[in-house]
Design a protein. Structure first.
Lengths: 304, 191
């Protein structure tokens, strides 16, 4: 367990580097196209990326909790939930996270917080109402694994950093489009240099157009892989796969859809909030999903 | 000259390795101790719950004296127990005593419906599963520690600094598979 966590920490650092490099690259393209040279863009974009990373590092959990309308509950209000969260925290050897309930009928849950010392677990009222003890333990085990793997941190930071790059590129491609394609500088130059500039130019524009898509895909694939991992590790904590299997089945069969289905926080939940119950998912949808299909998750758990 | 450097390099590497190996052993030992104290906390919580629970059940079923005495006896035996093995068998006696107590409670609908009893039952179920989880964590850490102490080359460091292997804590060994001490808690779907 602890070894796995250490490996995950290293992966997290790598991911940060990739995310910031991605932003810097976009910054370079913007700088190159609009401000005489790429360096200004790289500096600006990197500063922005680092600032946003730090911001989401320290305040991400509060923002997420506030945006979902979660309220903290005491052990007296929800003794069963508190007991389960504490039990799973003991099994994982980490401090007990804070416990929140989201007033929402669709059964779902998420965890947030930058590290195990500053973590929170939130479940919806609908989940509390329909799950029995072992199922709830399965769900909390899954969420606790996200805490242990620092997936929350990764999710929040990747979302913010990639989001910023996407935002910048969209902003600049639009303003460029509306200004009739005028550029600052880079007009003159020798014949040989002209071609190189032109090629770089084309590359820059393609990069800017592809950036939102690439950013989104990075975010999604990170999210999907970590869901399987959290399922497996959650079961390692509870030592009881049928609990999580039956919880996922209940979620699959629940008639409610989330009211506050929000793209920015979609990847944080136990099951994708925007997914309409009982609907088939196409290949295209799979590529753009934050979560693997619930059937596949159930299948993998059954094979364990 | 080159030979001297090589020897020096090997010595430095060996020292660095020894320090790292020592520190890892300390980490594992501390985690095992932490795990043990967590088990202790949860066991104590259960000792504290027992008098309350007995009193509540007594209020409705005063004549079931045998069960009350059995639980009380098991409790004081467990509090006085020393060593992981003795502790474990004493705790098993408590668990079986509590099962009987709750089975008795089944016969008294008024008791089962009382808010006080329900709250105590939830506390007890919660504590039982926390004991199971604490034990799971402790045994995992002990396994890691013991493996480090026994396997070469870290065993050399372990012997030199007298790291000792720890006992596993086995409650309810008869129950293979998921260790889930379900004391018949009511789930919302059932109630």
């Amino acid at each position: 367990m602890h070894e796995q966590i250490a490996a995950n920490k290293r992966k997290t650092v790598l991911l940060f580097v990739v995310a910031i490099a991605f932003t810097a690259l976009i910054g370079y393209a913007i700088g190159f196209l609009f401000f005489q040279g790429g360096v200004v863009g790289v500096v600006l974009a990197t500063i922005l990326a680092v600032a946003l990373s730090l911001g989401s590092y320290f305040a991400g959990d509060r923002i997420v909790l506030a945006s979902t309308g979660a309220r903290e509950v005491t052990a007296e209000q929800e003794p069963r939930l508190h007991n389960i969260v504490e039990g799973i925290a003991i099994a994982a050897g980490v401090p007990k996270p804070r416990v929140y309930v989201v007033p929402e009928q669709a059964p779902n849950a998420f965890a947030t917080g930058r590290d195990p010392e500053h973590s929170s677990v939130a479940v919806t009222q609908g989940l509390l109402d329909i799950m029995n003890r072992v199922e709830l333990e399965g769900v909390i085990g899954h969420e606790m694994s996200h805490v242990l793997d620092r997936d929350i941190l990764v999710g929040t930071v990747v979302a913010t950093v990639v989001g910023a790059a996407v935002l910048m590129s969209e902003f600049f491609t639009r303003s460029w489009f509306w200004s009739g394609g005028r550029m600052g500088g880079r007009r003159e130059g020798g014949d040989g240099g002209g071609i190189i500039v032109l090629v770089l130019f084309a590359v820059g524009i393609v990069l800017l157009i592809l950036a939102p898509l690439a950013g989104q895909l990075i975010k999604l694939s990170v999210s999907r892989n970590r869901e399987y991992l959290a399922d497996a590790e959650g079961v390692l904590l509870t030592r009881y796969p049928p609990g999580l299997i039956s919880a996922l089945e209940k979620i699959r069969d629940a008639p409610h859809a989330m009211r506050s289905a929000n793209n920015a926080t979609a990847h944080l939940w136990l099951e994708q909030p925007s997914r309409v119950p009982g609907q088939e998912t196409s290949t295209m949808e799979k590529l753009f999903s934050t979560h693997p299909p619930i059937e596949e998750r159930i299948q993998r758990l059954k094979e364990m | 000259m080159l030979g001297l450097w090589i020897v020096l390099g090997v010595v430095v590497l060996a020292v660095v390795w020894a320090v790292v190996a020592f520190n890892r052993l300390v980490t594992y030992r501390n985690r095992a101790e932490e795990g043990w104290s967590q088990i202790d906390v949860q066991l104590r919580r259960r000792y504290d719950l027992i008098p309350n629970l007995v009193e509540t059940v007594q209020g409705y079923a005063a004549h079931e004296r045998e069960v009350f005495e059995e639980v009380a006896r098991a409790r004081s035996a467990a509090i006085g127990a020393t060593g992981a093995a003795e502790q474990a068998s004493a705790e098993n006696a408590i668990t079986s005593g509590l099962r009987k107590l709750l089975a008795v409670a089944e016969n008294y609908p008024d008791l089962k419906a009382s808010a006080n009893f329900l709250a105590l039952q939830e506390e007890l179920t919660g504590t039982e599963s926390k004991i199971a989880y604490a034990r799971q964590y402790y045994n995992e850490q002990v396994r890691l520690l013991n493996t480090r102490i026994q396997s070469f080359p870290s065993s050399a460091i372990a012997n030199l600094f007298h790291f000792e292997r720890r006992e596993f804590f086995d409650i309810e060994d008869a129950a293979r598979g998921p260790v889930r001490v379900d004391l018949g808690s009511t789930t919302p779907t059932e109630s």
